[in-house]
Design a protein around this ligand. Structure first.
Ligand code: AMP
Length: 281
């Protein structure tokens, strides 16, 4: 396994056998089973696998948790060696954003709702770093988690709009036994918050159950999610949404596919979760 923050070395390895197909998993490290599910999928579908570990500062607002974002490179590298990863890209900020760096990618609509309301510059940072990583690694397939549902939609759109020559693969959300979606940020929950956090998934499941029993009015489904979460005093809702899975616009009626998603604070820790309902027609 080559571990390097050096773009030249990474490219040498990437192109050491040009016939090899490469799967790529971008991460911010502090790896858990969610990340590893992407790595395993990449391992099963490609000759070689690359993972990046980089906490990208430009996708964090000054008020957010960049400084306290959990990190443990040694442990991450052990996990990745165990998964038979070929290459780990671990760049520094100076490598990714040298002095006088001035380019960034924007997207007009998909970045605005949901996460974009509380995090207006977040996706600009994500798209720019992902585009750079794609250009450095040049993978055949890139793997992302459904956990970050809006990011998944945006990356697909970015690849389409900018003609990146790769396939985007979105992998299912991996959860703890009590339903909490795995996240590097979960370690920052105190024991009481951790006990309360599965209310997110419960509220999503409750709404989807109501939908399946015939309640198609999105306003009342949203209200049902809000009411359940409000029974938990440690939870502070940022948003609760039922949106079109492609345009991310809020729905009035759930007729076909829908993305049920939410963001909720437990103290300073902001958790997101979602359930994607596929079209029935
Ligand atoms: P992050 O390190 O948070 O940037 O995540 C790296 C990748 O792992 C992203 O594509 C995430 O969507 C994905 N991911 C994070 N948590 C999970 C999870 N619980 N299940 C599946 N994928 C996940």
């Amino acid at each position: 396994m080559l571990i390097s923050g050096d773009i030249v070395k990474i490219r040498e390895e990437r192109w050491s056998n040009p016939k090899d197909t490469w799967g790529f998993v971008p991460t911010m490290g502090y790896l858990h089973e969610g990340h590893l599910s992407l790595v395993r999928r990449a391992r099963s579908e490609n000759d070689r696998v690359a993972v990046s570990i980089y906490v990208n500062p430009t996708q964090f607002a000054p008020t957010e948790d960049l400084a306290t974002y959990p990190r443990d490179l040694e442990r991450d590298l052990e996990f990745l060696a165990h998964e038979q990863v070929d290459l780990v890209f671990t760049p520094t900020d100076a490598t990714m954003y040298p002095p006088n760096f001035q380019t960034s990618i924007t997207m007009n609509q998909l970045t605005k709702p949901l996460e974009g309301v509380a995090r207006p510059n977040h996706f600009q940072g994500v798209m720019t770093v992902v585009a750079k990583l794609f250009n450095i690694i040049e993978p055949n397939k890139a793997y992302f988690g459904q956990k970050d549902a809006q990011q998944a939609v945006i990356i697909r759109h970015l690849v389409h709009d900018l003609n990146f020559n790769l396939e985007v693969i979105i992998c299912p959300i991996i959860r703890e036994p009590d339903g909490l979606a795995m996240s590097s940020r979960n370690v920052r929950l105190d024991p009481q918050q951790r006990l309360a956090a599965p209310i997110l998934f419960k509220s999503l499941l409750g709404a989807v159950t109501a939908l399946k029993s015939g309640q198609t009015n999105a306003t009342s489904l949203r209200q049902q999610m809000v009411s359940l979460i409000q029974t938990e005093p440690l939870a502070k809702i940022d948003y609760v949404s039922i949106a079109d899975p492609e345009t991310l616009e809020e729905l009035e009626l759930v007729e076909n596919g829908a993305l049920f998603s939410l963001a909720v604070f437990f103290g300073k820790v902001r958790l997101i979760d979602n359930l994607l309902i596929k079209t029935t027609s």
